[in-house]
Ligand binder design. Structure first.
Ligand SMILES: [Zn+2]
Length: 134
């Protein structure tokens, strides 16, 4: 269930609680985290990504993020941004940074192993391709 951000206050409260409680955040995969309440041991799955319109979206299967329904099947409240999402988002950004840095490092290694063709060879390669195409 997609969480809509109701207000900046809601976001601030979620961040404040996440920083105070410091729940354990386990990385399942990039964009999927398990957030564990250290006191109760309760674990929730948080998903961070983009919705069908390309906007940032989040999901959490805790009660705030996935509200129960009444007898008529209507949700008791709109999915709220919880501190699990805030805690996961902090780890998500860290991970994105780590992946970015690893990619930059990998690129350097990739370029170290690139075989540069001399201009004459390039011309020969080009000719071969042209001849094959003709
Ligand atoms: Zn939650």
């Amino acid at each position: 269930m997609k969480i809509q951000l109701a207000s900046i206050e809601q976001l601030q409260n979620a961040i404040t609680k996440a920083r105070k409680d410091k729940p354990l955040v386990r990385v399942v995969s990039f964009g999927h985290y398990t957030v564990v309440n250290k006191n109760t041991g309760a674990a929730y799955d948080v998903f961070l990504g983009r919705d069908e319109e390309g906007k940032r979206a989040s999901e959490c299967n805790c009660k705030a993020g996935t509200p129960p329904s009444n007898a008529a099947g209507a949700m008791l409240w709109k999915p709220r941004l919880c501190y699990h999402v805030a805690a996961a988002a902090e780890r998500h950004l860290q991970l994105a940074h780590e992946i970015y840095e690893a990619a930059c490092e990998a690129e350097i290694n990739v370029f170290d192993n690139v075989r540069y063709l001399a201009p004459a060879q390039q011309a020969t390669e080009h000719t071969k391709h042209t001849q094959r195409a003709a």
